[in-house]
Design a protein around this ligand. Structure first.
Ligand code: ADP
Length: 328
């Protein structure tokens, strides 16, 4: 069975982008077709200025929302990264095959480091090495496929490069993984700034739909989405990014094609209204299940404990093999 691994950072409240770009695919497709592991990657939340209590709270909330989105512990392994020491153990070994040049070329590093410097802060070394830890997350499990949104494709590419390089230098050890992207909505954009992705780590704002937003808040955010000065509804990501984003969200909710959908609308208002209702309906069952799970925290704890134990058992032989291969 194909081994699949993917993760989510507890750096903020989960968004519609996380759901459409990744989580929904994990729950509806990946856990059924593959031997899948899903991870709340809390070590990755420490790469920028963070509040310890918030990271802990968001880790638990993210795991609960993953279960609420339909991940089933009988079908997949769900766990928290820091509960499995093998990630950090392998990361160091991979740092010994990665170069500082390739780290500095990573787009997310460049963007986030620039933002930190603009704020007058210093850049943590872990922000630079973050893609190596992500490669360790993936390679520790002999992962073949990594279902992610488009923004993570470059990091998965690095994991591939490191696996190939390690195998070449030290002998066949790692499976070489590849990214798999969702058919639509691989990159959901910010509703107020449709040339930027809807990212949970950004400051809370009216352009981001959170999975736990009340229906009326979702409606308000979508009805106020920035469109453009045109009148007709056409699907063009380049010149009409705001409208294209709404069409993609609606298409992802309804399983339709964004281009075809565009023909059915005579105004932006009607498109926004349908998109808002589609998102409200999409989130309703997730929010209901989330409420139930919040009342049963012992269940969530148990899932994460069992998940970590299972994950440890899978990762340890691989990481031990990498240690032996590299000369330890
Ligand atoms: P974020 O960028 O919101 O902090 P993560 O890095 O934790 O998210 O990513 C978790 C998953 O969600 C990844 O697979 C990522 O590609 C996907 N993802 C995040 N934001 C979006 C978005 N706006 N559109 C589509 N997928 C997204």
């Amino acid at each position: 069975m194909t081994r699949v691994f993917s993760g989510i950072k507890p750096t903020g409240h989960l968004t519609l982008g996380n759901y459409l770009g990744a989580m929904r695919q994990w729950a509806t497709v990946d856990q059924h077709r593959a031997d899948a592991l899903f991870c709340v990657v809390d070590l990755h939340a420490l790469t920028v200025d963070h509040d310890p209590a918030r990271v802990r709270r968001l880790s638990r909330q993210s795991a609960t929302l993953l279960l609420a989105s339909g991940l089933d512990p009988d079908l997949c392994t769900l766990f928290v990264q820091s509960h499995v020491d093998e990630h950090a153990r392998l990361s160091y070994v991979l740092e010994c095959v990665a170069t500082d040049g390739e780290m500095r070329r990573m787009i997310q590093y460049k963007e986030k480091a620039a933002r930190e410097r603009e704020r007058g802060g210093s850049v943590r070394l872990s922000l630079l090495t973050y893609p190596v830890l992500m490669a360790a997350d993936i390679l520790a499990y002999g992962t073949a496929e990594v279902p992610v949104g488009d923004d993570q494709a470059q990091h998965v590419e690095l994991a591939r490069d490191l696996a190939v390089r390690f195998n070449h230098r030290y002998g066949q050890t790692f499976v070489v993984p590849k990214a798999t992207l969702p058919p639509v909505a691989a990159r959901v954009m910010n509703l107020q700034e449709p040339t930027a992705k809807m990212g949970k780590s950004d400051d809370s704002g009216p352009g981001i739909v959170y999975l736990l937003d009340e229906p009326d808040v979702v409606r308000k955010k979508i009805m106020r989405a920035v469109t453009d000065s045109g009148q007709d509804v056409v699907y063009d990501r380049e010149s009409r990014p705001g409208v294209a984003n709404l069409l993609e969200i609606l298409a992802a909710c309804s399983g339709a094609d964004p281009e075809k959908l565009s023909g059915g609308y005579a105004s932006y208002g009607a498109l926004k209204k349908d998109t808002a209702e589609a998102v409200v309906e999409l989130l309703r069952p997730v929010q209901e299940r989330h409420r139930e799970l919040c009342a049963d925290s012992a269940y969530v704890e148990g899932v994460l404990r069992d998940g970590a134990e299972k994950a440890r058992g899978m990762a340890r032989p691989m990481v031990d093999a990498a240690y032996r291969a590299i000369g330890l």
